[in-house]
Design a protein around this ligand. Structure first.
Ligand code: SF4
Length: 413
């Protein structure tokens, strides 16, 4: 392992502190070195007027840790290609991240492929593998290898930008692993990504997706304040079904989750995203929609991300048909829920929700990805459809807790 300090794991204040200790003469350059590390993905000391000795000192203590590039796959879709990159960590472990294209919203409310470079969301991994064991997920099948360090999470952005030219507008922690099971890496990476001297993402452009670790939620609540977006993989509105498909529910049941989420600090336009992977025969009955809606009501303003199941190597259900998706969407809407239906993208390259860590393009049949580009409907506004072209996981842009969403607000989601 390279013993040098990886700048991608440091906030600017942290770098300044390290430089003050290790390179007292280099403090004046810390800002430039930091900005260049994030812009160019390397320790760029050119043109800084450094003597050979001082340059060697920087290089002796610091580095910019790009990840190794493994397989890269792409699947064309309505809003541009969904791309998946397999990246290789220093110890040889492989992780995956996905660039998901998003539609561009037009004044008319319709969507089209972006001219030039489309807006996109980068889905990053927080762990190599995962210990949560969700029944519908390829990543969980392989178990946990290890947590990613903050620098390794941030480096997914910098590596893919440097090597492939990816330039996402949003980042969602929804790749391999449970981010709240790696709270140190998660909080460290959030601090770096939002540092104005470096990659300067606004908190509203970041979304953490969790299967529901209550203690992790408490830590995140303390650190992130009100601007971060949050999304919960719900998938069942009753404990018996959720216990079956998401083992985390046996220790943190729906009652615990309700209590944890009720306390979640809310900005005025906060909307909690509830992900529902539609598993025919498991969570698509009218009572499932009823219970899902009851949970949603118990935690404040929410939006359902309805994600058709992507059967992997060991399917627990068939992929839902369009009719089955229509029917469950209508059930949720009938219960008064706001629903965003997710487009089928990335399934052929195993880049869709629940497929990371799988066998790659050679793997499995068609599926879906967590991509923007779907209609949103809400009860009481049945004729009102709008393009879901908002921030990462769709949790940004609505209004505060009371009252129905207006058409404009729906359009902003
Ligand atoms: S869905 Fe998320 S939390 Fe569950 S096993 Fe997969 S990666 Fe882990």
């Amino acid at each position: 392992m390279d013993p040098r300090i990886d700048i991608l794991g440091l906030s600017f204040a942290d770098l300044e502190g390290k430089v003050a200790t290790l390179l007292p003469g280099g403090r004046g350059l810390a800002g430039k070195v930091y900005a260049r590390a994030f812009e160019y993905g390397r320790l760029d000391l050119e043109g800084l007027g450094l003597s050979e000795r001082n340059r060697r000192s920087w290089e002796e203590h610091f580095r910019v840790g790009l990840l190794g590039a493994g397989r890269r796959e792409s699947e064309e879709g309505d809003f541009g290609p969904t791309e998946k990159a397999v990246l290789i960590l220093e110890d040889g472990a492989e992780i995956e991240c996905v660039l998901i294209p998003m539609p561009v919203r037009q004044k008319s409310g319709s969507s089209r492929r972006a001219e030039g470079r489309p807006r996109s969301t980068l889905c990053v991994s927080s762990q190599a593998g995962c210990s949560m064991g969700c029944a519908f997920c390829e990543t969980g099948r392989g178990g946990l290898r290890r947590n990613l360090r903050a620098a390794e999470i941030v480096s997914q952005l910098i590596t893919t930008r440097t090597l492939f030219g990816w330039d996402p507008a949003n980042i969602v922690y929804m790749g391999m692993g449970e981010p709240l099971d790696n709270i140190e890496g998660l909080l460290g990476s959030l601090a770096v990504l939002t540092d104005a001297r470096g990659s300067a993402f606004s908190w509203e452009r970041l979304t953490v997706c969790t299967c529901g670790k209550a203690e992790g939620l408490a830590a995140l609540r303390e650190a992130a304040g009100t601007r971060l977006n949050l999304s919960l993989s719900l998938n069942a509105g009753d404990d018996a079904t959720r216990n079956r498909i998401m083992p985390i529910n046996r220790s943190t049941d729906l009652g615990c989750l309700t209590a944890a989420l009720r306390d979640w600090p809310r900005r005025r336009n906060f909307v909690l995203a509830l992900n529902w992977c539609l598993l025919p025969g498991i969570n698509d009955r009218p009572e499932d929609a009823r219970e899902a809606a009851a949970f949603a009501r118990s935690v404040g303003r929410t939006v359902f991300n309805l994600i058709p199941y992507n059967p992997g190597r060991k399917p627990i259900a068939p992929a839902p048909t369009e009719e089955e998706i229509d029917r469950f969407e209508a059930l949720l809407v009938g219960e008064g829920c706001l629903v965003k239906r997710r487009a089928r993208k990335g399934g052929r390259i195993m880049a869709a929700c629940g497929q990371l860590g799988g066998p790659g393009a050679a793997g499995v049949a068609s599926g879906t990805a967590m991509a923007e580009g779907e209609t949103a409907r809400v009860a009481g506004a049945a004729n009102e459809t709008a393009v879901a072209a908002g921030a990462a996981s769709g949790a940004a842009g609505a209004t505060d807790a009371a009252g129905p969403l207006t058409g404009t607000e729906i359009g902003n989601l």
